[in-house]
Design a protein around this ligand. Structure first.
Ligand code: CP
Length: 302
């Protein structure tokens, strides 16, 4: 039984295998390969894309889905522990997809559960299936994952998608540029990780002048829900706004990605630019999640 809690639970070859499988699902999404399975979708934190794309993936695989997206409707609100909740859900189902605000909570759930657990985002820590769809999108638009220049901008402190993605892309010899205000800079543990792997990176503060030579601009939202001081969020929330005019001098094949939701950091005038890829990126989430579910179920002949 294998869970997917951190992107580092997958090797490079496993990531590539899942991306290859995702391409087959994009070509033909309706494959009822998991008709005998029931999957729990349990979200302790709001979500639009992750929950609905997982549930779409589960349905397209012919499996059935149970779950909740509102904790107040569960016995957790009566004081039941997370341990008992996960134990019960793993008695009912064949897999659990879980989002939770607390870092480490999904790892804990995977240790309690009798069935595989997929991390759909735990606090500021990890969002491994977002990484799979990000990598699928990068490979699809750039033709390869190898040797790319990737610029990540915004909230690099609390943005879990950034943390997962930089770890996984490190298998493919990238060069990173990190653009953030000092208060939201990439935490030292991730810089140490990259140094240990001899991955090149540089840190910058300005956005416009630092995106002309890059293959991917990965914008992120300032994560309001992680701030203890509302005034600090107000001060930082509009630090970066990517505008259409800023894309004029960028590389012809460059793509703008964003895990979404956006709350102003990409101007709407970017949406019609062919370099904008974030809505396609979110759509790719269905195929990447179908592939991840199949992989963890041991279904590999699709
Ligand atoms: N990218 C992402 O995790 O979006 P949601 O919060 O809407 O699931």
């Amino acid at each position: 039984m294998k869970s997917l809690v951190s992107i580092n639970d997958l090797s490079k070859s496993e990531i590539v295998e899942i991306l290859d499988m995702a391409a087959l699902f994009e070509a033909e999404p309706n494959r009822r390969l998991a008709e005998d399975k029931v999957v729990a979708s349990i979200f302790f934190e709001p979500s639009t894309r992750t929950r609905l794309s997982f549930e779409t993936a589960i349905n397209r695989l012919g499996a059935r889905v149970i779950g909740f997206s509102e904790v107040s409707n569960t016995s957790l609100s009566k004081g039941e522990t997370l341990k008992d909740t996960i134990t019960m859900i793993s008695n009912y189902t064949d897999m659990i997809v879980m989002r939770h605000p607390l870092e480490g909570s999904v790892r804990y759930a995977s240790e309690v559960s009798k069935v595989p657990v997929i991390n759909a985002g735990d606090g500021s820590n990890q969002h491994p299936t977002q990484t799979l769809l990000d990598m699928y999108s990068i490979r699809k638009t750039q033709g390869s994952l190898d040797g790319l220049h990737i610029t990540m901008a915004g909230d690099l402190k609390y943005g879990r998608t950034v943390h997962s993605l930089l770890m996984a892309m490190s298998h493919f010899r990238p060069a990173f540029r990190f653009i953030a205000p000092r208060e939201l800079a990439l935490p030292d543990e991730y810089k140490k990780y990259l140094k240990q792997k001899n991955i090149r990176f540089e840190e910058r503060v300005e956005l416009a002048e630092n995106i002309t030579d890059t293959d991917i601009v990965y914008m992120t939202r300032v994560q309001k829900e992680r701030f203890s001081e509302p005034m600090e969020y107000e001060k930082l929330k509009n630090t970066y706004v990517l505008r259409n005019s800023m894309l004029e001098k960028t590389k012809p094949g460059m793509k703008v990605l964003h895990p979404l939701p956006r709350v102003g950091e990409i101007s709407e005038d970017v949406d019609s630019n062919p370099k904008a890829y974030y809505f396609n990126q979110a759509k790719n989430g269905v195929y990447a999640r179908m592939a991840a579910i199949c992989y963890l179920f041991g279904i590999n002949s699709i």
